[in-house]
Ligand binder design. Structure first.
Ligand SMILES: Nc1ncnc2c1ncn2[C@@H]1O[C@H](COP(=O)(O)OP(=O)(O)OP(=O)(O)O)[C@@H](O)[C@H]1O
Ligand SMILES: [Mg+2]
Length: 380
């Protein structure tokens, strides 16, 4: 089963309409004042100042800074240690070393360890620009990470979906081979035995009326058995793929499904369709049928509805499937992050035709599933 992976919060402090939170790691009061002075004109901000490890670790958690400005070396603490603690905390925040003096090698080392920038205290004019730049870079890095985790999550779900399809296929194969073996096999064996019986009766010299009647009775039995066998073959073929879909197209196949549901569920179903369903490609017809089948199965399994209307309409904008039930509704956000595959499978299935899935629902307000396709690809 796939669990959602994404616990990373997005990071966009300039967009949040609040003072910027700056954590200053500095032991010199004078330097703190100089930094504040440089930032006063540029930012609306609040700050916290720390200069030892304990206060730093705690402040990262409690103050939740947007950016950290750290001196490189202090009597009890240094910039690299501060950087390591930040990394270990998994809180992704920009970190700028602001130092009195730093040789180039140390500066490179700090950047390698994950500092976003470094600058010298006698060049503080660059500080506001450095803050803006490193916040922007961090925001982009966090967005990228979220996107790549989302991508990984959807790969995992796709894998689940494939596994499930494989499983369903295997299950279907098993069921159908059982039916072929048990049902069809039995019927054909009975026909064969009947034919043997007939052969014996015909070869027999005794041509009495009684014998003739027996033969005629057996032939009638065999005719009936053949009709049943034809039905069985049809039923098995139907299970493989509703033949009606091939012969008559989407709408008759849906009518057949809805009729079946009206007879076998407590929900009152209605199909409203006003299109010529033969104009679509076989591939699209099958996908459309499966999409609607999954949506209706959800209505049966989850909605507790009394009625459901399925409407298929077409205009210049596209083809629309709307499935509306008057049931209990659901929390869409929860359903999307669950490890369930039905809705996810629909989203995957509609992609080749640039379909769009929209769901209107809420607790106790029924559900409306709308799938829209632009018309240009439906013949492919
Ligand atoms: N018409 C509906 N009415 C109420 N709840 C629904 C409806 N359709 C979907 N849901 C909710 O959305 C969830 C996700 O649906 P989805 O089809 O993805 O999964 P599922 O049906 O639970 O399992 P499966 O993966 O077998 O399809 C469901 O578990 C259910 O809670
Ligand atoms: Mg489902």
């Amino acid at each position: 089963m796939t669990e959602p992976l994404n616990n990373i919060q997005s990071f966009d402090p300039f967009n949040e309409n609040r003072p910027l939170r700056i954590l200053i790691v500095e032991d010199s009061d004078l330097d703190v004042e100089l930094i504040r002075l440089k930032l006063k004109k540029e930012f609306n901000f609040i700050d916290e100042v720390v200069y030892d490890e304990k206060a730093y670790s705690k402040t990262i958690e409690v103050f939740n800074p947007d950016i950290i400005l750290s001196d490189y070396s202090m009597p009890q603490f240094n910039g690299l240690e501060a950087l390591k603690i930040l990394k270990a905390s998994k809180i992704q925040r920009p970190f700028i070393i602001v130092t009195g003096a730093i040789d180039e090698e140390t500066a490179v080392h700090c950047i390698k360890e994950g500092a976003d920038d470094y600058l010298l205290k006698d060049r503080l004019t660059r500080l506001p620009a450095a803050i803006r730049q490193s916040i922007k870079q961090k925001r982009i890095a966090v967005e990228k990470e979220i996107a790549s985790i989302d991508l990984e999550f959807s790969h995992l779900r796709l894998r689940d979906l494939l596994n499930r399809l494989e499983w369903i296929r295997d299950d279907e194969k098993k069921r159908i081979s059982l039916e072929i073996h048990d049902q069809l096999g039995q019927e054909l064996t009975a026909s064969k035995l009947g034919l043997f019986y007939l052969k014996q009766q015909i070869e027999n010299k005794d041509k009495s009326v009684e014998r003739k009647e027996n033969i005629s009775k057996k032939i009638n039995e065999l005719i009936e058995l053949s009709s049943n066998t034809i039905k069985t073959v049809r039923r098995i073929a139907h299970q493989l793929r509703p033949v009606i879909l091939d012969d008559l197209g989407l709408i008759p196949a849906l009518e057949w499904m809805i009729k079946n549901f009206n007879e076998n569920t407590d929900i009152s179903w209605r199909l409203v369709a006003d299109i010529n369903s033969l104009e679509f490609s076989d591939k699209f017809t099958t996908a459309a049928f499966r999409i609607i089948q999954e949506t209706l199965t959800n209505v049966i399994r989850h909605s507790n509805a009394e009625s459901c209307i399925v409407s298929i309409t077409k205009d210049k904008q596209g083809l629309f499937f709307t499935i509306k039930d008057n049931g209990v509704g659901f929390d869409l956000a929860l359903a999307r992050v669950s490890d369930k595959l039905g809705l996810f499978g629909i989203e995957e299935r509609i992609k080749p035709w640039n379909g769009v899935l929209k769901i209107n629902t809420g607790k106790d307000s029924g559900s409306e599933v709308i799938v829209t396709f632009p018309l240009n690809l439906l013949k492919n």
